[in-house]
Every structure is written in C-alpha cells, then in structure tokens.
Ligand binder design. Sequence first.
Ligand code: SF4
Ligand code: FES
Length: 333
Amino acid sequence: MNRDSRFMIFLYAGMALVPLFLFLYLVSAIAHLPYETWMLGLAAAWMIIFGAVGSVEIYAHGREPEERMPLIEGERVNKGLGSERGERPKGAEQVNVRIRRFNPGTKRFDEYAYRVYEDKLATVLDTLLKIKSVHDNTLSMRYSCRMGICGSCGMVANGKPILACETNLLSQLDENKSITVEPMRGHPVLKDLVTDFDTFFEKHASVEPHLYRKDKEEQYSADSAYRQTKGQVNDFLPYSYCIMCGLCMDACPVVNSNTEFVGPQALSQIYRYYKDSRDQGGKRRLLDADNLHGAWGCEFSGSCSKACPKGVDPASAIQLLKASIISDFGEKA
Ligand code: SF4
Ligand code: FES
C-alpha cells in the first residue's frame, strides 16, 4: 500500500467519524448512557469502518511495491524508487536502473528510477521485464525473439544504442552502478521505450531490397536455382546479416539531422543487392544511391558500424557504393 492509498483510507475513515460521533452522542443522551460506553462504541465502529475502507482500497488498486519515494533530484525526475523485495539472490549485484519514458499524453519524457538485484547473466531486457513484472506493469517496450534475431528490442543504454536482449546488464553500468535506458533517438517515440519504425521501413522498402531480374516471367517460373560460386556469395554475405534493428540509423549523426537521408541501413542493402551476382538491378541500384540523400549524404562518421550488433559494417558498404558509382557507372547496363 503506498502513501496515497493510506492517506485516502484515513480521509474516508475520518469523514465517517463525524456523523457517527453525532449519532452516538444523540443515542447516549436520549438513553442516558455513561460517557465510557458511547466512547467505546465510537472506537469499535471507527475501526470497523477503517478496516472495511482499507480492504476495498487494496482490492481496487492492488498492492503496490513498498518504499516508493523520491530518489533523484532533477526537473524531469518525477517518479519514485521501487525497491527490490525479498532476499538478495546469491552473487547478485544491486543496480540502479533509470528509465527515460515518453508519455504520449503529456508529450514529455519522465525519468523513473528502480533498484534491482541482478546476477552477471542478466541482460538489459531481462531487467526491464523484471521491473515490469515486479515494480511497474505500465512500462512499455518492444521485444520478441529475446535472442538477437528479430531486431525489435533496440534502445539506448548509457548513451549507446543497444539490442536489449543481447546486452549484458552489468557490463553497461557506470561507476555508480547505474544504467540509464531510453528510447532510440533516430525514430519517433510512441510510448516509454517503444519507437515508430514506419519511416525506417519505408526507407528500407524504397531501395527494393529483393532480387531484381529483367525477365520477370523467368524469375517467377525459373526451373532451377540461380547458382553462385563461394566468392560470389562472399561478395554480399556480410551485408545480408542485417536484422533491421535500426541501431545504425539511431547512431548516425546525418539521419538525426536530415530526415531525407535514406540512412546506413537502406544504403547497405543497396550495396548488398548490387554485389549479388543473381541481381540484375545494375545501374538502377547505383542511381538509387547517387544523390545527396543517398550515398553522398554520408559523412563517414563510422558510428553506424560501431552500433551494428550483427557486424554488417554499413559505413564500409556506403564507401564501397560511392566507389562503385564512380567506377562502374559507365560499365553497368
Ligand atoms: S545494419 Fe546493423 S545496425 Fe543497421 S539495421 Fe541492420 S543489423 Fe541493425
Ligand atoms: S528481442 Fe529480438 S532482437 Fe532482441
């Protein structure tokens, strides 16, 4: 029960006390009862009312974590600390988790702080799910596979874009044993840690990330597989590991300042299909990248490749794409 609930119980019980007092006073005056008798009656009735109102309050609002109290000073810090309940698990460390949550109602970010015990195997996602189940079930985040495959759980931890299900919690702590988790910045935020990927997927789709064949009929009725040598596969293989998590877009300073820039994810996919010997997009692939919102918009900060959890290296894909535009343009059909 939190302080607000307790206050309401006292308020209701206090309000009930006044008419009760008057009623008992009148009854005792009419019946000429001694002072002690009606005072005892009053105390018993008040306790019954207090118990009943308290039970209804707990039933209606459920039990909330104890010790919710202000932890951090600061303008945006307006919620309290949920403390870990029960025994400290063996080998676990106490961790302060701050979460910057977007409130779509007020259109502002609020910072919440929680204290949890976690062992060395916990991922950031494990901890967020624990906070959601133990402290605050209103916390929203996106995740699915929990094994670094679906690309859903991208977020920012201590300023770094991460996949929450693949990132060890203790490895991310600062010197105060704290971690601050917030939504990705390169995508519009919907609620708490959940971001909107519509624009990201539109940019991805705009580069036609699939095999392009000039003979469509043959493509859909081919009677054998398109064969490739090992070397031909290796030309595009590293770029095909993209899981569309959007972390490279989040880390890219150009994406964050120019919404038209198609970004490292889509550009690396242009290069991936350009280098695929089965693809016949050729010049049209290069044309997609040959503009200021394409490959030439890249300032080669390299942060996309650092952020990529799958080692796709979009920064190098973009530079190779620039080189291909310059060298291959005349040659490709
Ligand atoms: S290139 Fe890497 S960081 Fe970018 S979307 Fe693909 S997997 Fe994620
Ligand atoms: S939940 Fe699928 S990549 Fe993290």
